[in-house]
Design a binder for this molecule. Structure first.
Ligand SMILES: O=C[C@H](O)COP(=O)(O)O
Length: 359
């Protein structure tokens, strides 16, 4: 299950976040950049006002000196927060920095933040795991210069999440995320999705938290106890004629180079008739992501395998009741295209999902 983290800068905002159902309250001064720390007094006030209703994290601006860094983390933890987050300095002495923080790990849950727009080095993950860190989060340093997905492709984000999971680290994704990013990232099953800008008035992370913005994102990351949505209409959402260079083929001559493959996907999806926003629809980005994720997984021999994997990935979304996938090779028998068309349906689609059927 993916949890929703909201960055707040006061106890009033923290209360709004909790009232709107946020899972983790993150104390951060968004006016001071990507990872600006609030004063310890302010953090303590937030901890008191949340009063254990939700886990709370606090950002620390890590001094480079090892003993000062440990002292800053200890001071933040003493406010009563559940997690302490800080940017991991990607300096040549990264090993030493991580090792010097290891003694804190049995007592304090540390979360290291890597910046997607500053060339994050995923080789840091095993170091963090070995030192006993609780988690690792990928965020962006330069707000206003692109969303997380502008800097790292969906396949690489999936790799980040799986590597963290394999190492026993909790994984988080953030970075000017907007509502349409949510279904695309939920497929990757990170432990946490973090937000500030999307929750604020006019999408400006320096302005006040907007309850409507928080609720929109909250409803897109549904909680397990949230009532099942009652879908009202079936639409076709499609991607047509997307041509990509692909590492595919069963013959020897098809290995070691890419050939052009054309993809078309048509998904039958349930749509809510309700608010005119991303809550009620299925995004075509999810389908182009499904193709990219499959392509990133390496050489595939058969168009059938490729089509199956794309269909499986699209059907992960509960709004999709059936999907047709066409995969055509363009270079093996020109001018003809050759390939496969498959249609797959959701195995168990409960009738509770169909408002129209009255079930
Ligand atoms: O930890 C999460 C961040 O505060 C995300 O902020 P942002 O959505 O404005 O990039």
């Amino acid at each position: 299950m993916t949890l929703m983290l909201a960055s707040v800068l006061s106890s009033a905002e923290a209360d709004t976040a909790v009232d709107c159902g946020v899972d983790i309250v993150d104390c951060k001064d968004a006016r001071r950049g990507a990872l600006g720390a609030l004063s310890l007094d302010e953090v303590a006030k937030i901890v008191a006002s949340i009063a254990k209703r939700r886990p709370v994290s606090a950002v620390v601006e890590l001094p480079h000196d090892a003993s000062q860094a440990r002292a800053a983390i200890e001071a933040a933890a003493a406010t009563g927060v559940d997690f302490v987050k800080f940017a991991l300095p990607m300096t040549p002495d990264l090993h030493e920095v991580v090792d010097s923080l290891a003694p804190l790990c049995p007592r304090i849950r540390l979360v290291a933040v890597l910046f997607a727009d500053l060339g994050p080095d995923l080789e840091a993950l095993p170091l963090l795991a070995r030192a006993g860190f609780h988690g690792v989060m990928l965020d962006t340093a330069h707000k206003g210069k692109g969303r997380l997905l502008d800097h790292v492709g969906v396949g690489a984000l999936g790799d980040f999440v799986s590597r963290a999971r394999a190492l026993g680290l909790s994984s988080g994704l953030a970075g000017s995320l907007e509502a349409p990013d949510v279904p695309r990232l939920l497929v990757l099953a990170p432990d946490v999705l973090g937000f500030r800008g999307a929750l604020c008035e006019t999408g400006d992370r320096q302005r006040a938290l907007s309850p409507a913005g928080v609720k929109l994102i909250r409803e897109m990351i549904r909680r397990p106890h949230a009532p099942a949505p009652r879908y009202a209409e079936v639409d076709h959402v499609f991607v047509r004629d997307l041509v990509m260079p692909v590492d595919i083929g069963a013959y020897g001559f098809e290995r070691g180079h890419k050939q052009r493959v054309r993809f078309s996907i048509d998904a039958e999806v349930f749509r809510d008739i309700g608010p005119d926003d991303m809550r009620g629809v299925f995004s075509y980005d999810v389908m182009t992501d499904a193709i990219r994720i499959v392509l990133d997984s390496g050489h595939i021999e058969l168009v059938e395998t490729m089509a199956e994997r794309v269909a499986e990935s699209v059907l992960l979304h509960e709004r999709v009741r059936a999907v047709e996938v066409v995969v055509e090779k363009l270079d093996v028998a020109p001018p003809a295209s050759v390939g496969v068309r498959i249609r797959r349906e959701r195995a168990h689609h409960t009738s509770a999902l169909h408002a129209k059927t009255g079930a």
